[in-house]
Design a binder for this molecule. Structure first.
Ligand SMILES: *Cc1c(COP(=O)(O)O)cnc(C)c1O
Length: 350
């Protein structure tokens, strides 16, 4: 605390990202990064941008990338918004679309950045409990609100809500924006982007950090009705006109152009996810059904905290949340086959 701070800063409770440890040789399964590297075409595209042009500002509208993404998802470029990671996109969404004087709704167990944005923008958030089996019940989102946001698949549970049920939430809230955060949708889910032309209140956010192996490049996006995108552009252009640099714009475009690589990485994660799930179940874990690149699991006897500590002592890092309802769970990112073997062996020894 300091007399120089704006008063709001005293009360901010910032997001705490998963640890990025500096030690070598760790089996790092704590932040849902992709175990496979980005497409070689992404690296080439970025290398081609490493030249004198770096003295020039990038395209503030990211037009070429927006066109590529629009073509990929069969929408218009005016329906695509870009940001420096989807976290920045989400921040603009909260500011531009969620300030209506009524609480916004999100699940009680969900991405912990949502309450942080609420704190930053002074928006009231109302936590809607997941069912006992950690599922979103669309009926619970029929109540007055200033907007709705949930990840699909949800994080950190990994549970996926079928598209008909997503649609039920959108239809129940025609006068508010419903945001579907699809950070993990490519690992077995179906995107709600196919619904954006049907529902002017639907906004879908995605990221290149997970399925496209580019967490280090910081590219996220939102797709929705052009009026929603216009609101985001107004906020963005009142904040930072150039959120994506030249390297990010080029690399992201190349990532969409190498669909075969993307699908191969997703398939690799999905098949390892099934293998890890079976191994955990055979060791006495309850594993929630996951359509993400991680599993959320608790052991019948051992506490989440003890397991996380025991793994850490062996150089294996997973995420443990010391929070109500989920303190006995571990969120384990699906790694390479070798990393997953190390995880399984590590747990067997505990
Ligand atoms: C990882 C994640 C994001 C943020 O991704 P960026 O790296 O900022 O693009 C957003 N939402 C959820 C649910 C996530 O897990």
């Amino acid at each position: 605390m300091s007399k120089f701070w704006s008063p709001l800063v005293n009360d901010l409770v910032p997001y705490v990202p998963g640890e990025q440890p500096k030690m070598a040789n760790l089996v790092k399964l704590n932040t849902n990064e992709n175990p496979f590297g980005p497409s070689p075409r992404v690296i080439e595209a970025i290398q081609a941008e490493l030249n004198d042009n770096l003295r020039l500002y990038p395209d503030p509208e990211g037009e070429a990338l927006r066109q590529t993404i629009a073509d990929y998802h069969n929408v218009q470029p005016e329906q695509v918004f870009l940001g420096n990671g989807s976290d920045e996109v989400l921040a603009h969404i909260f500011y531009a679309l969620f300030q209506h004087g009524e609480p916004i709704l999100f699940p009680d167990v969900t991405y912990s950045f949502y309450p942080v944005y609420c704190g930053l923008y002074n928006i009231e958030g109302r936590k809607v409990p997941l069912t006992d089996s950690f599922e979103i019940n669309p009926e619970d989102y029929r109540q007055p609100n200033g907007g709705v946001i949930f990840p699909n698949p949800n994080a950190p549970t990994g549970r996926y809500l079928p598209l008909e049920q997503v649609e039920a939430i959108i239809r129940a809230n025609p006068d508010r924006v419903v945001v579907v955060d699809e950070a993990y949708v490519d690992f077995g889910g179906e995107s709600a982007i196919t619904l954006v032309d049907k529902y002017p209140n639907l906004l879908v956010s995605q990221t290149l950090s997970k399925a496209r192996s580019l967490a280090g490049l910081r590219v996220g996006l939102a797709v929705g009705h052009k009026d929603l995108i216009e609101a985001l552009n107004r906020v963005k252009n009142s904040f930072n006109s150039y959120p994506l640099d030249r390297l990010a714009l080029a690399g992201a475009k190349a990532a969409y152009e190498d669909d075969a690589w993307f699908r191969k990485c997703c398939d690799g994660v999905i098949s390892e996810r099934e293998r890890v799930t079976e191994a955990l179940e055979s060791m006495g874990f309850e594993v929630l059904p996951s359509k993400a690149n991680f599993v959320f699991a608790r052991h019948k006897e051992q506490s989440g905290e003890a397991l996380a500590k025991g793994l850490r002592a062996q150089g294996i890092i997973v995420r443990h949340f010391d929070k109500p309802r989920i303190s006995d769970f571990l969120r384990i990112t699906i790694g390479t086959a070798e990393q997953n073997d190390a995880l399984i062996k590590g747990l067997q020894s505990l």
